[in-house]
Design a protein around this ligand. Structure first.
Ligand SMILES: NC(=O)c1ccc[n+]([C@@H]2O[C@H](COP(=O)([O-])OP(=O)(O)OC[C@H]3O[C@@H](n4cnc5c(N)ncnc54)[C@H](OP(=O)(O)O)[C@@H]3O)[C@@H](O)[C@H]2O)c1
Length: 353
């Protein structure tokens, strides 16, 4: 995308449409969400109330977690109600305000849903986005939940020490690409799992991994055993399923498993069956902890300071995969589950409606 930037404030040029397009969730996805689970509707711009601001969305975030938010089953949050806008994070700019906390012209990242406009109270905002400090899109990725998750889940739960071995699934993705670089900067031996030669090269050439393995290759088990010959101290798991089952069998005694995502499991209802892993946990004395970024929002100022510092120093690189036009959102979500994304997936909706 070649966006015109308002040179004074760093905000990409955008119009203010006279109506609001919204993607509504119209059916509960069975397994992976499909475009047919959503309907694009057009309506009036929502009205302001005291204590709220009108946000014009610019970047809509596409996150694997949206599958869980749209499903009716087990999750850490209540399901999105049918007929309502799809729950989503986004970056936008305040165009009108009745709260001093969200002044006109300020940019924010928060729960603004898949739509052009959103009326929000300040508690729907996760962070302020400063377009003069970093590109606005970065606030929905490396400076958003992807960067926060990589930082906190790795440093707090995984806590790798220098020369320990860190294994990561979805290693070429928005979270995994950052985990690799952070672990490497801590002096760990890093191994990334991903789905193709192209992504393996990104892992080893760009994202801090010393080794990369294609989990779809027929000799995956042998390659995993060979590369993890000395055992794994930290497994940062974003997939669950058989990749996790196999990784557990290479954990060292006292190893830590960070359960950050379950991208490889299509559905949880009915619960999938597979290998039993409790004996691995017991005999290897593993610590297996779940992580949800929304439990850690009070820690963000330290996280943002460090992420920004590493970005400024060139110690952290990131890729973005940006499509244009709100129409692209549902298919972009479906595509993430077959790995077609190259980096953080976003939809730019500022111009070209
Ligand atoms: N717990 C939290 O608070 C939290 C917060 C943010 C993200 N996450 C989790 O972090 C993980 C990565 O999220 P992200 O936003 O950075 O997305 P991402 O990695 O940029 O994109 C998702 C990737 O998942 C992989 N994938 C999809 N289907 C798969 C399957 N069946 N088996 C194995 N891999 C599969 C694909 O990569 P390959 O090409 O490598 O297969 C795809 O590119 C997700 O599991 C997400 O839920 C958790």
């Amino acid at each position: 995308l070649n966006l015109m930037i308002d040179s004074e404030r760093g905000i990409p040029k955008h119009s203010l449409p006279s109506d609001n397009r919204q993607w509504l969730l119209v059916s509960r996805p069975i397994g992976i969400p499909q475009p047919s689970d959503y309907e694009l509707v057009r309506g009036p711009i929502p009205a302001l109330e005291d204590g709220t601001a009108l946000i014009r969305n610019l970047y809509l975030s596409i996150d694997p977690a949206q599958r869980g938010w749209a499903a009716s089953g087990t999750n850490y949050s209540t399901p999105v109600m049918l007929g309502t806008p799809m729950r989503a994070l986004a970056v936008g700019v305040v165009v009108e305000s009745r709260t001093p906390l969200l002044p006109p012209g300020s940019c924010h990242y928060g729960w603004f849903e898949w739509q052009d406009y959103c009326v929000v109270a300040p508690d729907r905002v996760l962070s302020r986005a400063d377009p003069e400090r970093a590109p606005l899109s970065a606030y929905a990725g490396v400076l958003g939940i992807n960067g926060w998750t990589a930082y906190l889940a790795l440093l707090r739960l995984g806590a790798p020490k220098a020369s320990e071995t860190v294994l990561v699934s979805t290693a070429a993705g928005a979270v995994g690409s950052l985990v690799g670089q952070m672990a490497r900067n801590l002096g760990a031996r890093t191994i990334g799992l991903t789905s193709s030669r192209e992504k393996m090269d990104l892992c080893t050439g760009r994202f801090g991994y010393q080794f990369a393995i294609d989990y779809r290759s027929t000799d995956f088990a042998a390659k995993l055993a060979q590369t993890c010959f000395d055992g794994v101290d930290v497994y940062f798991d974003n997939t669950g399923g058989t990749i996790l089952d196999m990784a557990l069998r290479h954990m060292r005694v006292g190893g830590r498993v960070v359960q950050c995502g379950t991208a490889a499991v299509d559905r949880w209802d009915p619960p999938p069956t597979g290998l039993r892993n409790e004996r691995e946990v017991l005999t290897r004395r593993l610590t297996w902890r779940g992580f949800v970024i929304f439990d850690h929002l009070s820690e963000l100022s330290e996280v943002m300071t460090n992420l920004q510092r590493w970005l400024d120093a060139g110690k952290l690189v990131y890729d973005e995969d940006i499509s244009a036009g709100i129409e692209a959102a549902p298919a972009a979500l479906t595509g993430i589950y077959s790995g077609v994304n190259r980096g953080k997936r976003l939809i730019w909706i500022g111009d070209g409606r």
